[in-house]
Design a protein around this ligand. Structure first.
Ligand code: GRF
Length: 216
């Protein structure tokens, strides 16, 4: 059973999907702690309701990024965390922290990386006129939203979409994708070769992006 620490800053809907998945019998990972950098993050209640220990490491209490990261690292290590899942965690982590957790930290991003890194993704997707967007789970590297891709889901952009309708559709896909990606990593089926992820025991066809139909 792989021990997972989830990092959040907000709503925690991805956390909710990970909690649900990890409670399924036979799931190869368990969430041992949820850490927020914001004391009032609604996601903390998701963890509490599920009986999962929580911690707040408020970035405002630390003079430097390194001091914040050192405390975050200490909290995760004390909880016995083996793999970090960032789920809407809105702090940039120092290179030292990221390297210490190299290949042991996942992130979810609401675009088909390497396109549309950063913030305001759905606005930019619409401005660009993309017909397809999606979401990505990847191993974390020091550069924001970069790192070996574990899994992706493609999501169509439909006429009349606003950033909000598109975000909702992509979020639905995120909630399917993150548990799937965590399962693959926790089962030890992912191997990082160069900066690509290879997945053991999955036929190539099954590694193609899933297609989530438009919500009517
Ligand atoms: C998600 O869209 C995630 O991809 C991005 O931030 C959002 C977090 O939402 N990194 P939630 O807090 O999981 O509901």
């Amino acid at each position: 059973m792989m021990k997972v620490g989830v990092l959040i800053s907000g709503r925690g809907s991805n956390l909710r999907s990970l909690v649900a998945a990890t409670k399924e019998p036979g799931f190869p990972a368990a969430i041992v702690i949820v850490v927020s950098n914001k004391p009032d993050a609604p996601g903390l209640d998701v963890a509490r309701a599920a009986g999962i220990p929580t911690a707040v490491v408020n970035h405002k209490d630390y003079p430097t990024r390194e001091a914040f990261d050192a405390e975050l690292d200490a909290v995760l290590c004390r909880a016995g965390v083996e793999l970090i899942c960032s789920a809407g965690f809105m702090r940039i982590l120092s290179e030292g922290f990221v390297e210490a957790w190299r290949d042991r930290q996942l992130n979810i991003h609401p675009s088909l990386l390497p396109a549309f890194k950063g913030l305001h993704v759905h606005e930019r997707v619409l401005e660009t006129g993309c017909r397809i967007t999606g979401c990505t789970v990847h191993f974390v590297r020091p550069a924001m939203d970069e790192g070996p891709i574990v899994a992706q889901v493609a999501v169509p952009v439909v006429p009349g979409d606003t950033p909000e309708t598109l975000a909702d559709r992509v979020l639905e896909a995120e909630h399917k994708l993150y548990p799937l990606a965590l399962r693959l990593v926790a089962e030890g089926r992912t191997r990082i070769v160069g900066e690509r992820v290879e997945i053991d025991g999955l036929p190539l066809e099954a590694q193609a992006p899933l297609f989530v139909p438009p919500v009517s």
